[in-house]
Design a binder for this molecule. Sequence first.
Ligand code: DAH
Length: 343
Amino acid sequence: MNKQEWLEKLSALRNEFEKAAAEKKSSQDIERDFLSKKGGLALLLRDLSAFSIEEKKELGSLGNDFKKKVAEYCAENSSNPVSDKKSDLDITLCGHPYPKGHSHPIIITMEKIISSMNKLGFSLEYGPLAERDYYNFEALNFPPDHPARDMQDTFYLNQKDEKGINYLLRTHTSPVQIRVMQSKKPPLRVISAGKVFRSEAVDASHSFVFHQLEGFCADKNISMSDLKWTLESFIKDMFGSAAKIRFSPSYFPFVEPGAGVEVSCVFCSSSKGKCPVCKGTGWLEMLGAGMIHPEVFKACGYNPDEISGFAFGAGIERFAMLLYGISDMRQLYENDLRILKNL
Ligand code: DAH
């Protein structure tokens, strides 16, 4: 393009602009057609790169004058309500107050638990909700056809793993133990929290989706007293320094010995009363726990003669119910704002 052609193009653009202004086209349209990066003027100014310095100066200043003129026109004719003095709309006025929500009590409880365990040096890890049979059962010492699998019936997915075994919705957070131990070396102090699924009828204390906490420690010379100290410190942090715990024998395939852990009832002070929460026993069943089974360590490539550890698991809804004084678990899921607002 030579100088003459360039000037003709600029003149054509000027005419187009005069026409658009005479037709009262909106300033947004004019801005888009003439001033945007792909607009006619930008393209014309880009063509200047082929001209000499002298010509660039001369033609560039003509182009920029035109640009200024269009920009001024657009600013004056803008329909933006802020600068439109004719409009009644005042966007600077305050809006209507909008009620602020808060996290769900289950999430608040989960966060409290996580921060309490963080203080004891446990860090948070996650695992998938759609899990392999291997992590959910087999590596946790539930071989195929083991009767303990019946306690945790679940939902199976159509997708199969490489062994041809269907994926399932995890029934507990314990598979995170395997995933972490297979990818990291001891010493480990880990917790995990999240949703779990079971084929379960819904009632005041059961649901087909609920939340669990998992914790474990793997190191040299870990004993049951470390487990007791950890759980006692955690429970006192959650429910106050008067809370006590007691262990009784229980069975979970992935720990040996296994224990049920009860917490002294936070609603009544004596074991003889008629407390509806603990049914007068003075104790509430809160956790499962134990020393990690040698077979679990072997499945993770650890030598059980060198490494020992403890593990524990608990339902997060149970903690939420005690912290918020809720007697029916369904109240946590029904999303009745009259209840949730007061928590
Ligand atoms: N995973 C168990 C369940 O859902 C709970 C549990 C018990 C977890 C004992 C543990 C444990 O880590 O040691 O029933």
